[in-house]
Design a protein around this ligand. Structure first.
Ligand code: ZN
Length: 132
């Protein structure tokens, strides 16, 4: 008897669409939402469905020196289904509110810049201490 040949299984992962409760101009609805989204779509209650956006919790770079922390930069995942822009990392310079949307490769490139900045910054601290 022949043993059936099995081809290797394709590793396909399909993420189920997550629907969450929302209010759109006061009307209850279930809307698709990103798995990382932390927006309260009930409280947001936009006037139009086109105004629904998705956002993760932010990460912040704060300068803790001084009497009050100074937020320098903030980043969060962001998606605006009504726009042509795919989900992105939004990076915002905190004092001006100016920001940029980065795709994954650009986000990695910026993270590389942060790593280089941190290394230079540590070198300055070492110089202050008189370390070599
Ligand atoms: Zn959402």
């Amino acid at each position: 008897m022949d043993t059936p040949q099995h081809s290797p299984a394709l590793a396909v992962t399909v993420q189920p669409v997550r629907y969450v409760p929302a209010l759109i101009n006061g009307v209850s609805a279930a809307i698709p939402c990103e798995p990382w989204c932390r927006v309260d779509h009930i409280a947001a209650n936009p006037r139009y469905i086109e105004d629904v956006t998705h956002s993760s919790d932010p990460v912040r770079l704060d300068l803790a020196a001084g009497t009050t922390p100074l937020t320098l930069v903030e980043a969060r995942l962001s998606a605006d289904p009504a726009s042509d822009r795919p989900a992105s990392v939004f990076v915002e310079e905190h004092s001006t509110g100016q920001g940029r949307y980065l795709d994954a490769d650009a986000a990695d490139a910026f993270a590389d810049q942060l790593d280089a900045f941190a290394a230079s910054f540590r070198a300055m601290a070492a110089q202050l201490r008189g370390d070599r």
